[in-house]
Design a protein. Structure first.
Length: 550
């Protein structure tokens, strides 16, 4: 997203004020624009647009002063990262020395005020690219339920890949720094959200899947989902926005915007007003016309009843602050979600509409993605997560009826080999003997570039899979500088669980492969190498996403 569309006039105006108020730090308008763009791209997700902190600490000028940070110490942190999970932006080559210097100055100035967005603003960007009547009446290709949508993050595209033939069916444009995709309940439509709040929908019934509608609903977003209750199949989509903090519902087939609900509210515990109460994970109930929505900064999970779309009923469940990602337990009754900077897993009972437990995750910064479910012979159903800030993988009992002693307790904790965390995703499939774990943000190069394998029956770590260095070759900038690929990130299984896919998190200057492993033998079975595959990160199989299988 170009900054000029993002920064408000008010924000530009504040630059003059900044220069005079804090004589020691001055930036020109051009520098301010450049820094704001970098902040949006690299920092806002963790520290917040208004810099009040969430996963990362608050970065307001007052807080930095209170902690005694000057430009030199800030530059050091931006360059080197921290063991707590802050990436080494300078060292990794992702931002230059001059930009590191710029950012150290920028965060000592007040944050620019980002713009608001109205229903009219949204409507002005809404396009139905292929009307419903002109779309296929039946699937044109037979394997569509085993397609994968692969995020090509830094080029803002989605690759649709046939999970059976491994052919790239199409590469479709999407929003800026595209984040995730989710399918509708029938699987036919794949919904995509970009970090710039651009939502798009791809019709997978087409011989060459294409966007059929698009709209920009906010300026910063991470989540999208759909109505999965049987009476509302393919009826509504919902976008969760970071800025303006809001929930936007859309008509599913056309993305016509229907309703905006602001999430700015009060923290559940201390009752402080929080303008930046961002929407993190959204998950759709299969049993009720309900979305389960994490409101990050206030620490509430909202149970959003969409059966009367223009007059929704919302149950606000107090959980814990800084809610991030999460997924269903095996029964799909309990939502297991990470309040990551509090090291807590909150459990929401969606049948009763209440918090069941806030469980210390026994590690540093749980980051489950959707997590992993196992029906374990000894513990009964368990749900597992890894951690960004430590090597712990934990499994929590989730069946209070038949295994009450294990329910809502960490029943098994294992450590990945080597120091530190760096894990982002863990994934399983009922037909796979193994669970797979990545570690792309561990600072150690060897640990960062391996896949970690856990046995589903014993829940013990059994093996690392090393990635052949030929798949990790660095990208080269025009002036010959090398930028390393981070290593494998995220996993997804094919529909029958016989294969697991991961991808190398490279740089957009160079294509990166998708690696496909046999889930019985753990052998590398196939590599998809294609010039179009730049920065492949998240991968979403139609059947598994539709059915919430993980
Ligand atoms: Fe994500 C899920 C937010 C960075 C890949 N990420 C999520 C969810 C949230 C979130 C709230 C849950 C969505 C849901 O289930 O509805 N992600 C954020 C951030 O705020 C953060 C930390 C920083 C930012 O500025 O965006 C961030 N995420 C990343 C990445 O850098 C990743 C690794 C690569 C990329 O492509 O952006 C990344 N996030 C993902 C993926 C999922 C995800 C693949 C879905 C996991 C799944 O299996 O369902």
């Amino acid at each position: 997203m170009k900054l000029s569309r993002f920064l408000s006039v008010a924000a530009i105006a504040c630059i003059g004020f900044v220069g005079t108020a804090q004589a020691e730090v001055k930036l020109s308008v051009a520098e301010m624009e450049h820094a704001t763009q970098i902040y949006f791209d690299r920092c806002a997700g963790c520290h917040g647009m208004l810099r009040k902190g969430a996963l990362g600490p608050a970065l307001t000028p007052e807080k930095l002063k209170e902690k005694g940070y000057d430009s030199a110490s800030l530059k050091h942190i931006i360059h080197e990262g921290t063991p707590g999970g802050m990436p080494e932006w300078g060292k990794s080559g992702e931002i230059t020395a001059a930009e590191t210097d710029l950012m150290a100055k920028y965060i000592q100035l007040p944050a620019p005020q980002p713009p608001e967005k109205s229903l009219k603003d949204m409507k002005d960007t809404h396009k139905v690219l292929i009307p419903v009547k002109d779309r296929p009446k039946a699937p044109e290709m037979k394997n569509w339920k085993d397609y994968f949508a692969v995020i090509l993050r830094d080029v803002g595209q989605i690759a649709i890949i046939d999970g059976v033939t491994k052919d790239i069916m199409s590469v479709v444009p999407s929003g800026y720094a595209t984040h995730i995709t989710r399918t509708g309940a029938s699987g036919r439509y794949m919904y995509v959200i970009g970090r710039d709040g651009k939502a798009s929908v791809i019709d997978l019934w087409m011989k060459e899947p294409k966007n059929v509608a698009e709209i920009r609903v906010c300026n910063d977003a991470r989540a999208i989902d759909t109505s999965k209750h049987k009476d509302f199949l393919d009826k509504y989509a919902v976008v969760g926005c970071y800025w303006p903090p809001s929930i936007v519902t859309l008509e599913a087939e056309t993305l016509e915007p229907l309703k905006i609900v602001s999430t700015a509210s009060y923290t559940w515990d201390t009752g402080e007003y929080t303008r930046e109460a961002r929407v993190a994970a959204i998950i759709a109930s299969h049993d009720k016309p309900e979305w389960v929505i994490n409101i990050k900064e206030t620490g509430q999970v909202w149970l959003y009843d969409y059966s009367n779309i223009m007059n929704p009923k919302i149950t606000m469940v107090n959980a814990e602050r800084f809610l991030h990602d999460g997924g269903w337990d095996l029964s799909k009754r309990y939502f297991m979600t990470a309040a990551n900077s509090r090291h807590i897993i909150s459990v929401i009972d969606t049948k009763e509409g209440k918090l069941v437990a806030n469980i210390p995750s026994q590690g540093n910064i749980p980051h489950p993605g959707r997590g992993v479910n196992v029906d374990h012979p000894k513990f009964g159903p368990v749900w597992g997560t890894g951690h960004i800030g430590s090597a712990d993988i934990v499994f929590i009992g989730t069946d209070p009826k038949n295994h009450p002693k294990n329910a809502w307790k960490v029943v098994k904790k294992i450590k990945l080999p080597g120091d530190g965390g760096g894990n982002l995703f863990i994934k399983g499939h009922p037909n796979s003997k193994y669970i797979f774990v990545d570690r792309p943000v561990n600072p150690d190069r060897e640990l960062q570039t391996q896949i970690y394998v856990i046995d589903r029956d014993t829940l013990e770590f059994v093996k690392t899979i090393k990635i052949d260095p030929k798949y990790l070759e660095p990208a080269k900038t025009a002036d010959g500088k090398e930028i390393q690929a981070r290593g494998p990130v995220h996993f997804e299984f094919n529909a029958d669980g016989s294969e697991v896919w991961t991808s190398i998190w490279g740089n957009k200057l160079k294509a990166s492969p998708i690696l496909i492993y046999d889930t019985k033998t753990l052998e590398l079975k196939k590599v998809i190498n294609d010039e179009r595959l730049k920065t492949p990160t998240g991968k979403f199989n139609v059947t598994n996403t539709m059915t919430d299988t993980y």
